[in-house]
Each structure stands twice: as structure tokens, then as C-alpha cells.
Design a protein around this ligand. Structure first.
Ligand code: ZN
Ligand code: MN
Length: 256
């Protein structure tokens, strides 16, 4: 089987793959967002793209180029908008990109589109883009869309292995053990393990304030410690996520 990357195919080869094989097309969505001093700004898109590629290899799928700008970073799950380098789009922009993608892939003849989200804040705007895109296409459209957050494919057993002292929850896992371990597995040359900060879990009140209170967020931008991150944990997580995402794609598109 040839490449999983849509951007590496000619239009002729792409058309043949779509018409002959009816492959699922995976569309990663990330963000350009601070991830502490030790991880790159593109972490969310890099990880969404990496798990999408591993999954595509198991289901003979294609991976479309990542939507690399995400919805605005929030203090409680991404550190907030006050960090230099965090570069976000308005909700309407992200919704419009996803709506356009749904319509375009349907026009190509794609019938299985999988939107692989790697940035917590994107979720509801992806849902809205899918809904508007399918509404544009109308009830005769054959395209179905699966939307997922890749971290939801991590099982409690694996999280217990990765966090022997207890799992702090996905929201606080920003630039912490999960993302750092997965980056050490997929992109080790992009991780500055010597710069790992040691901030404890951020302690947020049960409300939000606007303008946001930047003093709620550790200056490093990391919301819980990344100590304990390693490539073996990253591999365990990455393998489980891609294996279970592939299962979901095999079964989830079957209409009752
Ligand atoms: Zn992230
Ligand atoms: Mn993020």
C-alpha cells in the first residue's frame, strides 16, 4: 500500500484510491499553542497527525493535511491566550474550515471522514462545522463523519500504568505526562527533556473570569508536572490509541 499522506499523492492517484478503495480519510485538527518550555507549539497537531497516520496504516486510510490552528486556548486546559506563540482562530473560522472540508471531501466521493481532534478547546466548533457541512450536503449525501478526541481511546488500565500516583484528568494534562510521553515516542528530537518544568497541578476555582486571570496559570504554561514522562509510556499510549481508533473506524461507519 502506498503512502497514507494525501498531500503526497497526485490528484489522479488520489481519485483512484477514493474510487477504488473507498478509504476512510482522517483529518487531524490541532492548534498552535504554548506547551511549556519543553514541547513545540505545534504539539496538538503533531500528535493528532501521528495517531491518525498510525491508524490509517491499520485501515488502509488516508490522512489529510492537519488543520493546524485551533480555537482560543483556555486557562484551565491550554494555559490561555496570554502566552507568546499561542496563535488561535475565532470559533467562526474553525467552524468554516471544517464545514468546507466536509463539503469538499464529499465532492471527491469520500464516504468516511474521521476528524481527529488533538486540542481540547476545538471540540464544539468541530461539531458545529460537521453539522453545517452535512446540512449543506442534504439528506442524500453518502458521506458519514466520525469525530473523536484521540485521548478518549486510552483505557483506564493503561492510564493507571502511566500514572501510578493517580491520573489528574485530561484537562490538566496539558504539556504534561501524556503529551510529553507521546511526543517522546513520535517526535523525540522535538522534546527538550532538559527543560522539563516541575509545576504541581494547577488549582483552579470552579468558575472562569474574563478577562482571564493569568496569575491562575503557572508561568511555565504547564498545568501539571510532566515528570514521569518517557518514550515507553508514549509508545504504550500511542499503540493503544491507534489500535482502538482503527477498531472504531472498522465498526463505526456501519449503518444499522
Ligand atoms: Zn496539547
Ligand atoms: Mn491544546
Amino acid at each position: 500500500m502506498s503512502t497514507v499522506w494525501m498531500s503526497e499523492l497526485s490528484w489522479v492517484d488520489y481519485r483512484e484510491r477514493i474510487q477504488r478503495d473507498r478509504p476512510p480519510v482522517l483529518l487531524p485538527v490541532g492548534a498552535l499553542e504554548q506547551h511549556g518550555p519543553h514541547l513545540p507549539l505545534g504539539t496538538d497537531g503533531l500528535l493528532a497527525s501521528a495517531v491518525a497516520a498510525d491508524t490509517a496504516g491499520q485501515v488502509a486510510g488516508l490522512v489529510a493535511p492537519t488543520l493546524s490552528y485551533g480555537y482560543k486556548s483556555q486557562p484551565k486546559c491550554g494555559g490561555g491566550q496570554h502566552f507568546c506563540g499561542t496563535t488561535s482562530v475565532d470559533a467562526a473560522t474553525l467552524i468554516g474550515q471544517v464545514r468546507d472540508a466536509v463539503r469538499e471531501f464529499a465532492r471527491h466521493g469520500v464516504d468516511k471522514l474521521v476528524i481527529v481532534n488533538g486540542h481540547y478547546e476545538n471540540q464544539w466548533f468541530l461539531i458545529e462545522g460537521i453539522d453545517l457541512g452535512l446540512r449543506d450536503l442534504g439528506p442524500q449525501a453518502t458521506l458519514q463523519v466520525m469525530r473523536l478526541e484521540y485521548w478518549d481511546f486510552m483505557t483506564p488500565d493503561t492510564l493507571a500504568d502511566v500514572f501510578p500516583d493517580g491520573f489528574p484528568g485530561f484537562a490538566l494534562e496539558h504539556a504534561a505526562v501524556l503529551e510529553t510521553s507521546m511526543m517522546l515516542h513520535h517526535h523525540p528530537s522535538l522534546v527538550r527533556i532538559d527543560l522539563l518544568p516541575d509545576d504541581g497541578p494547577a488549582d483552579f476555582p470552579p468558575y472562569d473570569m474574563y478577562p482571564t486571570r493569568t496569575d491562575w496559570v503557572p508561568p511555565s504554561g504547564v498545568l501539571s508536572s510532566a515528570r514521569g514522562a518517557d518514550a515507553a509510556k508514549g509508545r504504550l499510549l500511542a499503540d493503544e490509541v491507534s489500535r482502538r481508533m482503527a477498531e472504531a473506524i472498522r465498526t463505526g461507519f456501519q449503518r444499522p
